[in-house]
Design a protein around this ligand. Sequence first.
Ligand code: NDP
Ligand code: 8X3
Length: 248
Amino acid sequence: MKTAIVTGATAGIGAATTEALVGAGWQVIATGRRADRLAALTERFGDRVHAAVFDVRDEAAREAALEAVPAAFRDIDLLVNNAGLALGTAPAQKADLAQWRTMIDTNVTALVSITHRLLPGLIARKGAIVNIASVAGTYPYSGGNVYGGTKAFVQQFTLNLRSDLHGTGVRVSAIDPGMVETEFTLVRTGGDANASDTLYAGAAPMTADDIAATVLWIATQPPHLNINRVELMPVSQSLAGFQVAREA
Ligand code: NDP
Ligand code: 8X3
């Protein structure tokens, strides 16, 4: 049986990815801070899921949780770097520096730390890495500032990992989703359910299952085939051009 580790499995894309992988016959190390959500996964999927409760930014907790992974889950074939968040929608000049740091610590520093920790095993097993980036890493929008910056990092880190892992057999992919209805906007707005509902209302956004299916598709390609990058958007979302500021 193949083994995956999915960071941020307590909600949204990570929870759906865990379900998709288990449904396809994998076992999954599911991680996140909310122990109750992970317990619900282990209740549902039994010994196919190992719950690893830790904050990805906490080096000691992260290491302890990875050290505590049971022997049956230690041979990891797939790392899904999914845990991440956006905080705030204010323009840079009005943004909260602490929120910027949290995004960098979570979306960049923690992601590279987990990748670095698991790389030797992934190389030994000719495994795969799927990084969840975002369209925000490619296309700018007002208020996207540091969030988009972290996702651009994830995109480029993915490509550079591919270069470094040349000849190892390890596959590395990035997925760039546009709007997916999850807890993402609730988190971004500090718990504003109305803002979250309003954003998604009538927009037919993508679902976490849509992205999970893409992760599974990437993970089940034959060993000679690397999906470099997949960008997805709901049909209702598209790009609009430049803005011009004029003197009054
Ligand atoms: P959710 O808010 O629904 O899920 C985010 C997950 O990340 C949760 O499981 C959360 O777990 C985990 N997480 C966040 N911070 C930490 C932390 N410090 N330590 C451990 N786990 C953490 O959002 P999504 O499912 O939408 O987001 C998943 C990924 O997809 C993110 O990287 C996001 O940037 C990306 N993405 C989302 C899009 C969208 O429109 N929804 C579009 C493009 C990309 P817990 O809180 O329990 O710790
Ligand atoms: C999330 C997509 O457009 O809200 O990464 O930044 S967006």
